[in-house]
Write a protein that binds this ligand. Structure first.
Ligand code: NAD
Length: 369
């Protein structure tokens, strides 16, 4: 068995609690001879500020760079609300994304049958939902220059953010989306605003060209981003892979998140470019934050974090079968009635964080028995 190098960055709040459950799963996968990992730990976020004065040290970044994949819990919390903007806990996460060149953010929105009633939408609209949102993560309006607030002669202010995309940036995210769709239903929807934005015109043109050149056997649909938001709550199952820019992806992926029931269920992957050896930098993390309101009380749902490990198995290590096994164990645990408080029906008994981790390991054992 290959020994994969994983860097674990539990972070703050519930981060260490949910990461402990991933370590249980890693331990089981190793014992069962399914996948072996060499794990290292380091600090990110508020705990790194406390220990080193910065949210991510150069040494931690170098470890992340050397690892086959990075798993991150969550960063931030009220304790660090007053620290300088430049060293705030989130800066550790942003530095990881930027310095590792993680331009493609993959967010699956899956509605498990057992949880269809926890969605904000009716069961028939979301049951069986399985969408993959592919968001461009290192370009667009969050990074474009100029980005400033200036004072006008009359004393009022003017704020500018710049939405900017180049052909290359759009091409590489389009390739990620089509390559993913090839392994799924072969359908891609691309969301932009070509009707009112120049960046949307270029986005549509480039995605169309990539489609015609390399993926003409697959289905491509263009959808205006505002209509896409509406369609996601009207008939979400019409989409399979949805590719979009940084800003629209931020909003649309949060809309999709609400279709699935709870923040505690949603994993994500951020991927870099494929290098000459065929590997790529990758960071896997739950979508949720550090949840200070429930931290340290064995209340956090660890499934988003465990699902992030399943994504690492699939996208970093090519262990699709092991990923299916782990995703299947999550489905089984839920079908067997395992619930943390965030997904439990009112008045019913709920498991703690560790109890849910144990339920997933028990379901893994049952699947391979
Ligand atoms: P949050 O995601 O931490 O929590 C929002 C709500 O969802 C809370 O009520 C929380 O208890 C609940 N929740 C979140 N994850 C859960 C889980 N696994 N199980 C059960 N319930 C869960 O968002 P927030 O409250 O806006 O932010 C809290 C802190 O986290 C802030 O400091 C914020 O900056 C930070 N944050 C970090 C990340 C990250 O690390 N990627 C993302 C978002 C927010």
């Amino acid at each position: 068995m290959t020994n994969y190098k994983l860097l674990l960055l539990p972070g703050d709040g519930i981060g260490p609690e949910v990461m402990a459950e991933v370590e249980k799963v890693i331990g089981f996968l190793g014992q069962a001879g399914i996948a072996a990992f060499e794990t290292e730990h380091d600090l990110v976020g508020g705990c790194a500020i406390d220990a080193h004065g910065v949210a991510l040290t150069d040494a931690a970044l170098a470890r992340a760079d050397a690892a086959d994949a990075v798993l991150l819990g969550a960063v931030g919390g009220p304790k660090w609300a007053e620290v300088a903007y430049e060293i705030r806990p989130e800066s550790g996460l942003l530095r990881l994304r930027k310095d590792l060149g993680l331009f493609a953010n993959l967010r699956p929105a899956i509605c498990y049958p057992a949880l269809a009633d926890a969605s904000a939408l009716k069961r028939e609209l979301v049951e069986g939902l399985d969408i993959m949102i592919v968001r461009e993560l290192t370009g667009g309006v969050y990074f474009g220059e100029p980005k400033e607030i200036t004072t006008l002669p009359d004393g009022s202010k003017r704020a500018v953010d710049t939405q900017v995309y180049t052909t290359g940036e759009i091409e590489r995210i389009a390739h990620v989306a089509f390559d993913l769709a090839r392994k799924r239903s072969g359908r891609v929807a691309s969301a932009e605003k070509h009707n009112v934005m120049k960046s949307g015109v270029l986005w549509k043109e480039v995605v169309t060209r990539v489609h015609q050149a390399d993926y003409a056997d697959m289905a491509l649909e263009h959808v205006l981003a505002d209509n896409c938001a509406m369609q996601l709550v009207r008939r979400p199952k019409q989409y399979d892979v949805l590719v979009t820019d940084n800003l629209f992806g931020d909003v649309l992926s949060d809309v999709a998140a609400m279709l699935t029931g709870s923040l505690g269920m949603l994993p994500s992957a951020s991927l870099g470019a494929v290098d000459a050896k065929g590997s790529r930098k990758a960071l896997y993390e739950p979508v949720h934050g550090s949840a200070p309101d429930i931290a340290g009380r064995d209340l956090a749902n660890p499934l988003a974090m465990i699902g992030s490990l399943a994504m690492a198995l699939r996208y970093s290590f090519g262990l699709g079968e092991a990923a299916d096994l782990l995703d299947g164990a999550i489905t089984d645990a839920l079908a067997n009635g395992a619930r943390t408080r965030d997904i439990a029906a009112e008045g019913t008994q709920a498991l703690g964080t560790a109890g849910m981790g144990d339920a997933v390991v028990a379901a893994l054992k049952a699947r391979i028995a």
